[in-house]
Design a binder for this molecule. Sequence first.
Ligand code: IPE
Ligand code: IPE
Ligand code: MG
Length: 247
Amino acid sequence: MSATPPPAPRHIAFIMDGNGRWAKKRLLPRVAGHASGALQTRKLVKACAQRGIAYVTLYAFSTENWARPADEVSALMALFLKYLRNELPALIDNGVRLRVIGNTSAFSPVLQEAIAHAESQTAHGQRIQVNVCANYGGRDELIQAMQAWMADHPGAPAQALDAQSLSPYLWTGDIPEPDLLVRTGGECRLSNFLLWQSAYTELYFTPTLWPDFNDAALDEALAWYAQRERRFGKTSEQVAMATSSVK
Ligand code: IPE
Ligand code: IPE
Ligand code: MG
């Protein structure tokens, strides 16, 4: 029996890696790679919206990225602030709902203010939801979720906590799990990204560096995804039967 292709993905997550190497290849400072990567991100969000993707999640800055040289960290923060400000009218015009996910309290007050402003101004966007993970770590997210659950259930026995009850406490509690995760830059690891949510996500690793990941590269990733059979622990025969009964 041939594998049953999945429906088109609703949610794609991107680990936007390879900006530094892109710059190095061109003898440019790493920051130039980040600027080029940010331009590519803008195009890619548009391409995702055109392809009917409902949710895009972008890994922009990990909890571990604070360990980079101070000038690179401050350049990344400046780029983030610039994009939040400059892109806001276009985000609103294009029906984008922006969410920033992560521990944003570590950012400067001015950046926190720009995040809150962009989120509230785009809250009614209907076309696509773009989640920017900034100062995000999957482990941090899980720990805060467990702490929040415990605060809401004082004295509850540990056995009362299960996967279903924990999920709403994740920062992504109201967002479907990603169907497809794309990592550019050639590394085959999650680097602390969406550890819980990617349990059954299709993982696509490409050597293409993020600033080079264009619409054609996105279409290649989507074509690869369309060949997957998502079994969620079941057999191929069960998947085929469930799909034919839905039609
Ligand atoms: C990803 O590109 C962007 C961030 C982590 C902010 P990198 O900066 O990690 O690029 P490489 O991996 O050094 O090429
Ligand atoms: C992952 O890339 C984080 C982001 C893309 C924001 P890194 O470049 O930080 O990952 P490692 O250190 O190679 O695992
Ligand atoms: Mg990297």
